[in-house]
Unconditional design. Structure first.
Length: 124
């Protein structure tokens, strides 16, 4: 399982947070395929994950996810961010403190990235 904590579309990473940086002017077809498109409201994201909106706010406070904001200031989450939040919830449900869970997720991401780079070097 891959947990990306950077925006593959360009710069904008802050303290390990997933920065949306998404293009809100994408066409409908592009939005369906874009893992980083902020399609989910906080309420819908919490419903999908089976968690509270407060849990999602706390993920922002500890800088695991950095949801994009709508014109009205409401948080909007992408599918990639929902996967990160689901992994965090899984770890928290196992009794791991939220801050430690977020650190584990970031370390998993770094390990996966390093493995990918090693594989690339071995092939090239």
């Amino acid at each position: 399982m891959v947990f990306l904590t950077h925006n593959p579309k360009g710069p904008g990473v802050r303290a390990g947070a997933l920065d949306m940086g998404g293009d809100m002017d994408q066409g409908p077809t592009d939005m369906f395929d874009d893992e980083d498109y902020p399609a989910y409201t906080m309420g819908r994201a919490a419903e999908i994950l089976g968690t509270s909106q407060d849990f999602l706010r706390r993920l922002g406070e500890v800088k695991l996810v950095d949801p994009q904001r709508s014109a009205g200031g409401h948080r909007r989450y992408s599918r990639r961010q929902l996967r990160l939040a689901a992994r965090a919830r899984q770890l928290v449900d196992q009794g791991i403190a939220l801050e430690a869970a977020c650190r584990i997720i970031l370390l998993e991401d770094q390990l996966e990235e390093a493995r990918g780079q090693n594989k690339k070097h071995q092939q090239g």
